[in-house]
Design a protein around this ligand. Sequence first.
Ligand SMILES: Nc1ncnc2c1ncn2[C@@H]1O[C@H](COP(=O)(O)OP(=O)(O)OP(=O)(O)O)[C@@H](O)[C@H]1O
Ligand SMILES: [Mg+2]
Length: 239
Amino acid sequence: MARIITFASSKGGTGKTLVVANLGVAMAQLGQKVMLLDTDITMANLAIILGLGRQKTTLHEVLAGEARISKAIYNGPHGVMVVPSGISLNGIQRVRLDRLKKVVDELARKSEFLLIDAPSGLGRDAIVALTMAQETFLVVTPDIASLSNALRTKIVAERFGVKPAGVIVTRATGGHVDIPGDEIASTLDLPVLATIPEDQEVRRSVAFGEPVVTFRSGSPAAREFKRLAAALVKASPAS
Ligand SMILES: Nc1ncnc2c1ncn2[C@@H]1O[C@H](COP(=O)(O)OP(=O)(O)OP(=O)(O)O)[C@@H](O)[C@H]1O
Ligand SMILES: [Mg+2]
């Protein structure tokens, strides 16, 4: 059974999808069986960030009861397995979120790590994604809006019995306007597991449709993704 982690933040655009994509590929590079699941039903972009293009069968069709999950698993870089969400507006309407738990159970049986990319906000879709995992990593940018939203996500996670296990700070500039890591840790009462710097190679990698860990493996962001991947693999009892 996989260790299941949801990557969440109520604020949009903090870097959840990038973290899931890059961490997943970095863990696959370390020989782990990694499954990535895009639960952003309405704004899917995990497959795009991984350069996978558009797929015929996605989580939409599975949650609509029209396809089996095995038909919606695709191979990404270094053998990472990816379940994309669809982009068709028609598909969104047929989705039944109550079918997600069964899908997650099946995916967990096929992998050692199941990383779930959650939608932003605290709507029903985001809460369902949160409750699919035993634990959640909060993905925050070092600013007050992101931090206060993350606190709300943390409280909601706890209310549903999901353990907030740590914080991933993204887009850190190191400048004096960034909220320092120790303040983020004390506000959320959680350890900061990684601090991904603002790195222009990340934006370039997105434009080229390749995760930065392979696109520019020596860049500061890629190095931090790989450090976190190694720490998670090391901490995993299954490895
Ligand atoms: N470390 C970074 N360095 C530079 N740019 C970054 C970094 N992290 C994120 N970005 C930029 O922020 C954009 C949004 O990232 P991403 O899509 O991963 O956020 P998200 O939290 O998944 O957003 P949403 O809430 O919409 O799902 C990226 O396309 C990229 O341009
Ligand atoms: Mg996203």
